[in-house]
Design a protein around this ligand. Structure first.
Ligand SMILES: [Zn+2]
Ligand SMILES: [Zn+2]
Length: 573
């Protein structure tokens, strides 16, 4: 067995050991499934009472005893009839047995526990080297919310204690960066249950960050030859039929609403509106390329079980754009959009990403030559930019090939930011044409692209990337002014007004608290600059400046401090 498969067998074996431990504590436990997963394992149980975190050390201790006893994992093949008898009081196992096509089923046994299982397992429980139970969660049987809610215990397991310790240390660090935790501590956003799952409210500080990011985004789009569109949130069912969304995307859309006896759908994408804008005039080759962008808020159905903080939501704003061009322009447009994407991601501080090229699937529609050309264009620009990439052979959408750029969160999970997708479907469906130099009508190329992806998800990634300590250009509060005593409040007010006048985001702490406490608080809020005003500063119109890093700047005239801050904001570093 390879090392990876060995580890997997060990993790899966740990789940059986955990099940045996749970059985010893709850003799009436019903067992569902217990696979190995990345870094560890879980098992789903139906138990007479709800588990609490206090149960985990008790189960762990019992597991430790089973490991120490070094019990062999014994494999047997038995008939289905025998298996049904063996698991007669285990309804979940019976359901699984029913679905097995073979009339033989495999079971594994160790100590007092026997499980329906294909394996593989390690030879004995003693081979489970280092493990820890990490959390408890609710999980529906087979992931279906119409089924019973089970209790899932997660654990991690590694080949050595050192690897386990390293992993747990990384997990601790990731927890500190968790955007859900920081979002609360820094008061950036809320996702209240009262609205429904996956719907986000930006509180003022989160709103400041989003505004700074969007201002930059708009400015860069205009500078890069884009125009910005605004489109509605709902559209007639006829529109979504025409675009193909009701054929191919209906499961991700919300139920229609009836207005004046006509059905409207909430938009899951912005494309059809852009197509209509294109069709509103006769276009000539001289008008192309058109680069039309929109910060378009869309709504898509996600199962409640997969919603996760800002990373997976039901309502989100895409930094969308459609590029419509002639075949001759296609290569340079693709190249330009990738360059633009890398520039944007870099400016927001991301330097490491994973790049994927997805090619023609078997159910593809559209002209084969166009597919080839588009794939070649995508491949070439990735290589020109010297990016490492993986090819997902046949992984493109049926309507076109694409490049995806993914970013890792604090836990190392990959999330999509940029996507650059050709579309050979919608230009057909909307009969998009332009008049060429030959006076004839031609079909343009169309590219959908989002650079940051969904703003909500990107915001989550940003929070984790910076651990909440945003660079000055994005920080919701850039400067905190701290008067030492009440008698300095007047001067503090004057300094704040001057900074505000220069477009700097300022807050002043007028509370009659000790200076050190005020500094500590500003530090916890991760504010880039703290300006302390005491007797001397008030008399000389100077400022004493402390950076978030702890670095102390020399006492200086207010004007020179303003220059430092504005230069830093402009540099976006
Ligand atoms: Zn098993
Ligand atoms: Zn689109």
């Amino acid at each position: 067995m390879s090392e990876e498969n060995n580890l997997k067998a060990m993790r899966h074996s740990a789940s059986h050991v955990m099940a045996e431990a749970v059985l010893s504590i709850f003799p009436d436990a019903k067992f569902a499934i217990g696979p190995a997963i990345e870094d560890g394992f879980y098992y789903d149980f139906d138990l007479p009472r709800t588990l609490t975190p206090d149960d985990l050390p008790v189960i762990e201790k019992k597991m430790g005893e089973i490991v120490k006893a070094d019990l062999p994992f014994k494999h047997r093949e038995i008939s289905k009839a025998e298996a049904k008898k063996l698991f007669s009081d285990q309804p979940y196992k019976l359901e699984l047995i029913e679905e097995i096509a073979d009339d033989k089923v495999g079971v594994y046994e160790q100590g007092n526990f026997i499980d329906l299982c294909r394996g593989p397992h390690v030879k004995s429980t003693g081979e489970i080297k280092a493990f820890k139970l990490t959390s408890i969660a609710g999980a529906y049987w087979r992931g279906d919310e119409h089924n019973a809610m089970l209790q899932r215990i997660y654990g991690v397991a590694f080949g050595s204690q050192k690897e386990l310790d390293d992993y747990l240390a990384r997990l601790e660090e990731a927890k500190k960066r968790d955007h859900r935790k920081l979002g609360k501590e820094l008061d950036l956003f809320i996702i209240p249950e009262e609205i429904g799952g996956g719907l986000v409210i930006y509180t003022p500080k989160g709103g400041r960050i989003r505004t700074a990011a969007e201002d930059f985004w708009r400015q860069e789009h205009y500078a890069n030859g884009y125009e910005i569109l605004y489109t509605p949130h709902i559209g007639l069912s006829k529109l979504w039929e025409k675009s193909g969304h009701l054929d191919f995307y209906k499961d991700d859309m919300y139920a229609p609403m009836t207005i004046d006896e006509q059905e409207y759908y909430l938009k899951p994408m912005n494309c059809p509106f852009h197509m209509l804008a294109y069709k509103s005039q006769l276009r000539s080759y001289r008008d192309l390329p058109l680069r039309w962008a929109e910060l378009g808020t869309v709504y898509r159905y996600e199962r409640s079980g997969v919603l996760s903080g800002l990373m997976r939501v039901r309502g989100f704003t895409q930094d969308d754009a459609h590029i419509i061009c002639t075949p001759e322009q296609m290569n340079s447009e693709v190249s330009e959009v990738l360059r633009f994407s890398l520039y944007m991601l870099n400016t927001f501080g991301f330097k490491d990403f994973k790049v994927y090229l997805s090619t023609r699937p078997s159910d593809a529609i559209g002209d084969e030559k166009r597919w080839e050309d588009a794939q070649e264009a995508l491949r070439r620009v990735i290589e020109e930019n010297k990016l490492k990439y993986e090819v997902d052979e046949g992984g493109g959408a049926f309507y076109g090939p694409k490049i995806d750029i993914k970013i890792e969160d604090a836990l190392g999970r990959e999330w999509q930011a940029t996507t650059i997708q050709f579309d050979f479907n919608e230009p057909e469906r909307f009969d998009m044409v332009y008049v060429g130099a030959d006076g004839k009508e031609h079909r343009p190329y169309m590219i959908h692209r989002a650079l940051l992806g969904a703003w909500e998800r990107f915001f989550g990634l940003l929070i984790e990337h910076y651990a909440g300590a945003f660079p000055t250009w994005l920080a919701p509060v850039q400067v905190k002014i701290i008067p030492v005593a009440d008698r300095h409040n007047e001067q503090a007010k004057k300094v704040a007004a001057e900074l505000k006048g220069r477009g700097i985001r300022v807050e002043t702490d007028y509370r009659s608290e000790r200076m050190n406490l005020k500094i500590r608080q500003a530090q916890m809020e991760k504010i880039p600059y703290m300006v302390v005003i005491g007797d001397k500063e008030a008399a000389d119109n100077t400022v004493s400046v402390r950076k978030r890093s702890g670095e102390q700047l020399p006492v200086q005239p207010l004007t020179s401090f303003i220059e430092i801050v504005t230069a830093e904001i402009d540099s976006k570093e």
